[in-house]
Design a protein around this ligand. Structure first.
Ligand SMILES: [Fe+2]
Length: 392
């Protein structure tokens, strides 16, 4: 037996003395010290002049992993890798911080892929993480394992921020990972976490905003029963609108916010007018029209609401031909997002019962809107609407 084999056996003895649970296979010999049926934490294989398989059931000291890796590679005559500090430095310098969560994740994926020569890398967002970029990620309902785990050719890195299970990375390398790789990931994890944490601030802000806007929708629901469902329908279709029109993520997000609060000014309108069954008097009509101003004044007091969203609140009753309110803007002078929400608001209102009329079937609603294309509504948007609600 060579000296590396002896070194390996010495290490196995040390592990036993320390009471660490492990299973190490050297060619056909199995050395084991596992007292319970704990889950495998690290499982790696080395295939060279000899076969070595190492399993740990808990986190092992980083320095020990590196030294064991070096001995096993010598024993198996496998080429060793670069100095680990150089790799860490390289990784950090390539990891460009970004305020955007999605960009940060893409960046980390790219940097990990090149650092470890991965065949594949994926990020799964935890299904119960609610924020606005959800649609751009694969979501997972799996419980997040709170530690880095390695199973031969697959490594999982959890992303947990302040007790929030955000998601996890899955790294795949067909030729398998080693203890060196595990130790390296272990060291890099802090930098990965920091980067995600920084980019998460913007999303955190959006979550808070989303929650406060939700509260506004609930308040509106108490005044205008059915408002919540109405807003939900608009929100779903508004996202599709944004995608078909190739709007930026920021604007799709603004559409979502806008869908939730565009009619918030109605909380300032007396209930007896909102629920009146007969025709409204001119005076009552003028009062209802004020909801866009009331709403705008209200959301203007919340500095974190984006300007584009405030404009949705103010302009969602403007008409293409200038017959709308509050300013009688015409055509493209009406902000596009307000045009979209205004059109969807009209469409879904037609599908709902109102105190003064019964709901229309979908085909009739579309026909009616179509007859006002280029009159009240932007003809391009009317075409998009037909596409959006086609499969409703
Ligand atoms: Fe409105």
């Amino acid at each position: 037996m060579n000296k590396f084999h002896n070194l390996l056996l010495e290490n196995i003895n040390t592990l036993k003395l320390l009471g660490i649970d492990f299973r190490i296979i050297i060619d056909n010999e199995i050395y084991e010290n596992s007292s319970s049926n704990k889950k495998e934490h690290i499982k790696v294989q080395y295939k060279g002049k000899h076969y070595v398989e190492i399993v740990f059931f808990e986190n092992i000291d980083y320095i020990f992993l590196l030294s064991l890796d070096s001995i096993v590679k010598d024993f198996c005559s496998i080429k060793k890798e670069k100095d680990i500090d150089e790799k860490i430095l390289n990784f950090i310098s390539n990891l460009k911080p970004n305020i955007k969560f999605k960009k940060t994740i893409e960046n980390i994926k790219k940097t990990l892929k090149s650092t470890f020569s991965l065949d594949e890398i994926k990020f799964y967002l935890s299904a119960n993480t609610k924020f606005f970029e959800n649609i751009e990620f694969i979501t997972s309902t799996e419980r997040i394992i709170p530690y880095i785990s390695c199973n031969i050719d697959k490594m999982r890195i959890p992303v947990i921020l302040e007790n929030l299970d955000l998601g996890y990375f899955v790294l795949i390398r067909n030729k398998g990972f080693t203890l060196y790789d595990y130790a390296l990931i272990y060291k890099l994890n802090d930098y990965i976490k920091k980067n995600i944490e920084n980019s998460f601030l913007e999303n955190k802000f959006n979550i808070i905003l989303d929650k406060s806007l939700n509260v506004l929708t609930i308040i509106l629901e108490t005044r205008v029963p059915g408002a919540e469902k109405h807003c939900e329908n608009i929100l779903k279709s508004a996202i599709k609108f944004g995608e078909i029109l190739n709007l930026s993520n920021k604007n799709i997000q603004n559409l979502k916010f806008g869908s939730m609060i565009f009619d918030i000014g109605k909380i300032g309108i007396p209930e007896k007018i909102l629920s009146k069954k007969g025709e409204l008097t001119l005076e009552e009509n003028n009062l209802i029209k004020k909801h866009v101003i009331y709403g705008y004044n209200l959301v203007s007091k919340i500095p974190t609401i984006p300007e584009e969203v405030k404009k949705i609140v103010l302009y969602h009753h403007e008409k293409w031909n200038g017959e709308g309110y509050p300013e009688g803007l015409t055509g493209d002078n009406i902000p596009l997002l307000a045009q979209i929400i205004g059109l969807l608001d009209t469409y879904y209102s037609l599908l709902e019962d109102r105190p003064y009329r019964s709901k229309l079937p979908k085909t009739k609603a579309i026909e009616l809107i179509d007859s006002y294309s280029d009159v009240f509504f932007n003809p391009i948007l009317v075409d998009v609407l037909k596409e959006v609600v086609k499969n409703d």
